[in-house]
Structures are given as C-alpha cells and as structure tokens.
Ligand binder design. Structure first.
Ligand code: ZN
Length: 383
C-alpha cells in the first residue's frame, strides 16, 4: 500500500476514533482494541476493506471480487474512502467496460431460450395438476431475470460523502437505506430492482419479487465464457439458469405466487406426485459416500438435485433448438461434447478433506456428485 493511501486510511480511522469517543463507548480498552483490530485489518486488507465498505459497508469484509483488477488497492481505497460518490459512479462506468452490452445480450438470449425450454418441460410434466401448471407457467412468464447489472441504476446524488468522516458516511448510508425501505412500504414490488452489486461474484434469488439477479462478476469463465462456443455456454451458464428456474416452481417456490405474494399454490396431490417421481434420485444420492465414509442425505438435498437435472435438461433442449436445422452429425456430436464439458467445467472445485465432509452434510452435494449424476441421467452424454 502506498504512503498516500496509508495516510488517507489513517485520517479516516482518526475520524472514526473521534466519533467513538464522542459517543462514550463502554471502556477505553474496548475502543482501543476495536480500533487496533480495524487498523490491523486495514493495513493487511486495505483494498478489500475499502471495496467492502463501499459496497455494503462492512459486513461482508471477505471481499474476493473476481473483478479485483477493476478496482485495484489504490483506486478502490481512494474511491471508497475519499470519493465514495465518485466510486459509485465509477461502478456504473466500470461494469459495462468489463461486462459489455454484447455479453449481457448474449446471456439474455440464453436466459430467454432456457426459460422457454423449461416452460415446455413444465407443460409436459405428468405429475403436476393443471391448475398448478398454470401458476408455474405464469411465474416463469413474469419472472425478471437480471443479467450483469440493472437496467436502471440507483440515484446516489443526494448522499453526502465526507472524506474526513468515515463513520458519518456509514450512518448516512444506513439512514438512506432505511428511508428507502420505509418509502417502499405499501408500494407494489419492483421486480427489476437489484439486490446485489454487479461487482460481487454471486447471484440472488428473490421469491418475493419473482426475480433473479446474476451479477456481472459471476458471469466470467467458467460460468460464462465470451470466448467459448454457444454450446459450451448453454452447458455452463444455461444449466445454471435452468437450475434457478426450477426453484421458482419447485418445493421452494411453491409458497410464492407470480407476484411474489406468500401463497401456497402446490396441492397435496402435486407434492405426492413429486415425491414419487423423485424417489429414485433420493436413493441414488443417499448411496453416494465421500472417502471418509459419510453418506450424502438424498432427501435433504433433493430440491437441489432436481434443479440440477431439470436445469441441465432445459439448457440442453434450448441449446439443441438454437442449433436450428444443422444436420451434420459430426458437428452436432462435437457441440454436444462442448455442452457437457461446459457444464462440468462450470462446477469444477477442490476441497480439503474437512471441507468435503462439511459440504457433504449440506443441502448442496459436493460438485463431483452433481456433475457425475447429471451425466448419468442424460442419455445423450453417452452418444
Ligand atoms: Zn439451487
């Protein structure tokens, strides 16, 4: 970290210390320890801290943004602490630079095609009652699937940012967020309102506004690779789109209607049909074990495993339809291969023994099982 940056962080911490003291925090020791921890953390992770502060103000300090190269130590910290407002503006400028409109458009086409293929699969499902199907299709039709960054950016012009008042900045931001939340009361839900920053490598599913956000930082190889073929991208990001669509109409989404109201729309008969149809998948996952001997819980992770299968199936349908009337068998076979390799690559992962044991106990199976199972259930993979 350069000296100018250190100086700025030091000033910010001094301002914070003054604010703490003015507030008469419990004891001097508590204040000192807290400040020392903060100072140590700032020295070690100045860039991450600054980015985290600017993004969501502290509570996600473990910032591992895949877009770290966009906001380097220097510019990240400078923008965050000295020019918070400028940084927010920079985010709008930087995001389209690193996730250009062509990429957004390409992923949006994949999303639209996978939604359409998924809807056809819902129409063909034999275990779902007609009324339930109608709701499932309505949810898929009205779903907002955000790609990369919002269509409408938030206006931060009224936010007062003072480089010498780090704590005050946090307070004003918290106040502003609170004010916005209160103003939303009684208003119709805005499904196109984003709940994740574009530079955060993640995605959010929001049943209450029937919406999904894919942040730009997630839409990089291996999830979406602008240099890869369409086939590979349908296998990678397309299958993830399909997985998420599944949640809107499965046992998780069954409690929210197409407008995001908390209404149960699955019937008891739908649930019974679903359980009967998915029993083999429960058994299959429960048979898997990790090297340390523990078995997976097929029932606990069922909804995720169904989403994997349904998602990859819909992505495959969409990809094949996008091929149009290509009749060259060898070319189709090659693209099929790219599709499945794209899927496997998107989920590649490494675990320590302990990490694997922890993952195996959650509702998301370790990726190696997810990749192998979907391949086993998709006959085309063997062709
Ligand atoms: Zn899931």
């Amino acid at each position: 970290m350069d000296t100018a940056l250190q100086e700025r962080l030091h000033l910010a911490l001094l301002a914070q210390r003054r604010a703490f003291e003015a507030e008469r925090m419990p004891t001097y020791e508590v204040r000192r320890d807290r400040l020392e921890r903060l100072l140590k953390m700032t020295r070690q992770h100045g860039d991450a801290l600054a980015a985290a502060m600017a993004q969501d103000f502290g509570h996600r300090a473990r910032q591992e943004s895949l877009l770290a190269d966009v906001f380097t130590v220097e510019s990240g910290a400078r923008h965050a602490i000295k020019h918070l407002r400028g940084w927010m503006k920079a985010r709008r400028v930087a995001t389209p630079l690193h996730f250009p409109p062509e990429h957004k458009a390409r992923v949006q086409v994949i999303v639209a095609n996978v939604v359409s293929a998924f809807s056809q699969r819902v129409e063909a499902a034999t275990w779902m009652s007609p009324a339930t199907k109608t709701m499932a299709l309505a949810k898929l039709r009205s779903l907002y699937f955000g790609v990369g960054y919002p269509e409408r950016w938030q206006d931060h012009s009224s936010l007062v940012v003072d480089p010498a008042d780090a704590l005050g900045n946090l307070r004003r931001i918290a106040q502003r967020n609170y004010g916005q939340a209160v103003a939303r009361l009684g208003q119709p839900a805005d499904s196109a309102e984003w709940c994740i920053a574009p530079q955060w490598p993640g995605a959010v599913l929001m049943f209450h506004q029937n919406a999904y956000n894919f942040a730009a930082a997630l839409l990089q190889a291996p999830k979406f690779d602008p240099l890869a073929s369409d086939a590979a991208n349908y296998g990678a990001i397309g299958a993830i789109v399909g997985h998420e669509l599944s949640h809107f109409v499965d046992t998780l989404g069954a409690d929210y209607d197409a407008s995001g109201n908390k209404v149960r729309w699955w019937t008891a008969a739908d649930l019974a049909g679903y359980e009967a149809a998915t029993a083999p998948l429960v058994r299959q996952y429960s048979n898997y074990s990790i090297p340390s001997g523990e078995h997976l819980d097929g029932k606990l992770m069922l909804v995720e495993n169904v989403a994997d299968l349904a998602g990859l199936g819909a992505a495959y349908d969409a990809y094949r339809r996008a091929l149009g009337d290509q009749i060259d068998k060898e070319s189709v076979r090659r693209q099929d291969r790219e599709f499945f390799l794209g899927y496997a690559r998107a989920w590649r992962s490494r675990y320590t023994e302990d990490g694997l044991r922890k993952q195996a106990a959650t509702d998301h199976a370790p990726e190696r099982f997810r990749i192998a199972t979907v391949a086993r259930w998709s006959p085309t993979v063997w062709e």
